[in-house]
Design a protein around this ligand. Structure first.
Ligand SMILES: *Cc1c(COP(=O)(O)O)cnc(C)c1O
Length: 802
């Protein structure tokens, strides 16, 4: 057990060895790296032990394949999970060092765009914390998601050189490197044993080197592995690269994360990236399996592979390739095992985000993959022809014309397809993947997303955590369902008051941060109204802005009007190629400039668009939020997870009936959430009868006219082009996401928030009820359902205690 004395000794030793410096002279950054390596040393012991036990017990493992992971900073969560948080904080305090300042030195690990990557990281935390044998498999990008700055209100993207000073948490494992093969000419001969031999010539061989990071479980001695692959050109292959450019193309495979979570671009590199981490991961899994010395027939009793969205769907043909070409199994046996091992999560129903690849490109980049996909497709059509109508089979096949449908491959080649919230899973069955539901009804299931509540409450919100400890004891820290105990205190005014004070202190802290980073002075008694998420038309940040404009014009038109002061807080990155989203960023910033500097409204509205939204910024904003904006058009947001983080921190959700908002409403009840807007059924009805007319709504609604006209009449300065673009998107292109249709009900909902906030005690009670019911959305809980229903994995020694 680490003592204060030993910790100081370790720190001094590391600083001496790594920097030749005394603790007293060390910078915060040097202390961060020294502390990090001390902590890593401690978790490494548990890591080694965990792994030995898994091996000894031949524990069934799940491998979570995800092209994105978004862990954020790891120091605090590692400290908490190792049970060292208080000791380290106090030890540093004794040395007059503030832990928070040390924590700030860590670079956010941002190898993901948003929800998808953050979910993967919340799951890594939860899998370890549940003591489940699970591993992450992904890409070690040299550059994470771009850093966002605003220049004249425009988004500017800067590279995120997160590895520049090294990454304390990772371990490079050269001994576990594997080769990944691209391109080439494939031919077939017969081996002496009669088995088909695949001969590949003129291939490019790249070396995949794993960098492992320990995923520390919450105070349970379990440390799992997140394995991220980096690319290198093997020495023996150097000669093959005739030009620097050609070399670059391959070296650059793991250079950048695609900063786009809905459209696929840079097609060649993206596909090569996908194959890279898939092939490296599958090879290393099957290599591990061979160490167990078991027959191939029991593979699915030891290995589960999860495909997080379609980006890793090549897992299916790659797994087949090794079983066929290297293990020499029959197609039937290989296919049976593949289906049992693989499972798939669908994350979106947006048509533009359903991944497809041209046959030509697949053939060029990974010809053997193409052959196997073609054979899977051929056999699929053949086997279904006798059971299902021809048209249905044609619609669901993998290769259609010159296009490969990755979701079709993922569904056909796995035993489970899940959506990420009830509504989303239902829509998959009834609309988006209905054809597949007819064919494989048993494969479809729902796993509502969850969040790492330790990070989002215990670590991010100490004041609230303390109130919880004082009120309901500490068991909620391990068992989030115990947050329900708080319901016993909903009429205890002292508790309500304390929850209010915890919120107030976080609001003051955020106000200070806002002033320091943006120069904007805000009133911390204002309602903090928060919308933080990627910028996307379907998420409708614009609807939020239209309401702000309406409110602003009312204050201008009625100088005596008083509202409860409001601070609208935005955080959002737009994909660099997503022109419309960037126009919305510019417009929000322009409106902020106008409103924040208009003395006539007496500071009753402020708009703060914080640049560079990422996990660490989320951790600052969320505890200070009063209102959680979850206003996507119903049916478009698969689940959402910021909605869960915000309710957990006592924000009131202002939402459409979309994604997990519906389950949040079910958990807290109608009185403790504010719902507005079209239902998913109404949205689909509009699609059905094509009767939506934005122009008609505009013509009949003077408020909408006033607000939209402001976009184009110069009232908001400096948005000549952007204002016109947005105006046209609503009126000329008929408002794809029905903002105008939902506008009135959104404004009514905002008015309701205003009224609710006036009833201070009742508001605090509503906050309490939200916190108390947030335990349902713990990733621990979600992951347990995956483990039970899909992966069939258990914690170490579980069978012995039964
Ligand atoms: C939680 C989180 C998201 C997902 O937010 P949604 O509102 O669910 O889209 C995106 N980015 C970061 C940094 C997050 O922490």
């Amino acid at each position: 057990m680490l003592t204060k004395k030993a910790l100081v000794r370790e720190l001094r030793k590391n600083l001496q060895e790594d920097y030749a410096i005394e603790l007293e002279d060390a910078t915060s950054e040097e202390i961060f790296f020294s502390l990090g390596s001390t902590i890593k040393g401690i978790s490494n012991e548990q890591w080694q032990k965990t792994w030995k036990n898994y091996l000894k017990e031949q524990q069934k493992q799940v491998y979570y394949f995800s092209i994105e992971f978004l862990p954020g900073k790891l120091l605090k969560s590692n400290l908490l999970n190792l049970g060292l948080y208080d000791l380290v904080k106090e030890t540093l305090a004794d040395l007059a060092i503030d832990l928070e300042e040390i924590v700030e030195q860590e670079k956010d690990m941002a190898l993901g765009n948003g929800g998808l990557g953050r979910l993967a990281s919340c799951f890594m935390d939860a899998i370890a914390s549940k003591g489940l044998p699970g591993n992450g498999n992904g890409i070690r990008y040299d550059y994470g998601l771009f850093k966002q700055q605003f220049v004249d209100g425009y988004q500017v993207e800067l590279p995120d050189d997160w590895l520049k000073k090294g990454n304390v948490w990772e371990i490079r494992r050269d001994s576990k490197a594997v080769n990944v093969h691209y391109g080439g000419d494939i031919s077939f001969t017969k081996k002496t044993n009669g088995h088909l031999a695949v001969v590949a010539e003129n291939q490019r061989i790249l070396r995949a080197v794993p960098y492992d990071t320990g995923m520390v479980g919450y105070q349970n001695g379990i440390v799992n592995t997140m394995r991220l692959w980096g690319i290198e050109i093997p020495y023996a292959e150097e000669g093959k690269y005739r030009s620097i450019e050609e070399r670059r193309v391959f070296e650059d495979l793991t250079a950048v994360l695609y900063p786009d979570d809905s459209n696929e671009r840079g097609r060649f590199i993206r596909l090569a990236q996908e194959y890279f981490f898939v092939s490296a991961g599958i090879q290393s899994i099957l290599r591990y399996y061979q160490r167990l010395d078991l027959p191939a027939s029991v593979l699915s009793e030891k290995i589960a592979i999860h495909i997080n969205d379609t980006h890793p769907a090549l897992c299916i043909p790659e797994f087949m390739r090794i079983l066929l070409d290297e293990w020499e199994l029959s197609w039937e046996q290989a296919w049976d095992l593949t289906g049992k091992v693989m499972s798939y999560t669908n994350h979106t129903i947006l048509a533009e985000a359903l991944e497809k690849w041209p046959v030509k490109l697949m053939k060029q980049v990974v010809p053997r993959m193409y052959q196997i996909i073609e054979e899977i497709d051929r056999r699929y059509v053949l086997s279904m022809a006798t059971i299902h109508p021809e048209a249905l089979v044609q619609r669901t096949r993998i290769i259609q014309g010159q296009t490969i449908h990755m979701a079709h491959l993922a569904i056909i080649g796995s035993h489970s397809t899940n959506g990420v919230a009830k509504l989303h899973s239902d829509l998959l069955k009834s609309v988006v993947l209905h054809d597949f539901y007819l064919i494989y009804p048993d494969r479809f299931n729902n796993k509502t997303n969850g969040i790492a509540q330790r990070r989002w409450l215990q670590l991010a919100n100490e004041p609230l955590s303390q109130v919880l400890d004082e009120t309901i004891g500490q068991t909620w820290r391990k068992n989030p369902n115990d947050l329900r105990l708080l319901l016993n205190y909903q009429n205890d005014t002292t508790v309500l008051e304390k929850i209010g004070q915890a919120k107030a202190s976080k609001k003051i802290q955020l106000a200070t941060y806002i002033e320091e980073t943006t120069g904007i002075l805000i009133n911390s008694d204002a309602i903090f109204d928060v919308q933080i998420k990627r910028l996307h038309a379907y998420k409708r940040q614009l609807l939020n802005l239209l309401h702000i404009l309406k409110q602003y014009f009312e204050l201008k038109d009625q100088p005596n009007k008083k509202i409860h002061p409001r601070v609208y807080i935005f955080g959002a990155k737009a994909a660099p190629s997503y022109h419309y989203a960037k126009s919305i960023i510019k417009t929000i910033n322009a409106v902020a400039e106008l409103i924040n500097n208009d003395a006539t409204i007496n500071d009753q509205i402020k708009i703060v668009f914080l640049p560079n939204y990422n996990v660490s910024l989320a951790e600052k904003i969320i505890p200070a939020a009063d209102v959680s904006e979850q206003i996507s058009l119903a049916s478009k947001e698969a689940s959402g997870t910021s909605n869960m983080k915000l309710m957990l921190n006592g924000a009131i959700t202002l939402a459409t009936l979309d994604g997990a908002n519906i389950e949040i409403r079910d958990a807290v009840g109608d009185d403790n959430i504010v719902i507005f807007g079209l239902s998913e059924a109404q949205v689909y009805a509009y699609y059905e009868n094509q009767s939506y007319s934005a122009r008609e709504i505009y013509e009949n609604n003077p408020t909408i006219q006033r607000v939209l006209n402001a976009l184009i009449d110069g009232e908001i300065p400096n948005i000549e082009q952007e204002g016109r673009e947005i105006y046209d998107s609503l009126l000329v292109y008929n408002d794809e996401y029905f903002l105008l249709r939902d506008f009135d009900s959104y404004c009514a909902a905002q008015n309701k928030i205003e009224r609710m906030y006036q009833e201070k005690e009742q508001w605090q009670r509503q906050c309490l009820i939200n916190i108390a019911n947030a335990g349902t959305f713990s990733a621990d809980h979600t992951v347990q359902q995956y483990a039970d229903d899909i992966w069939h994995i258990e914690p170490l020694f579980a069978h012995q205690s039964k």
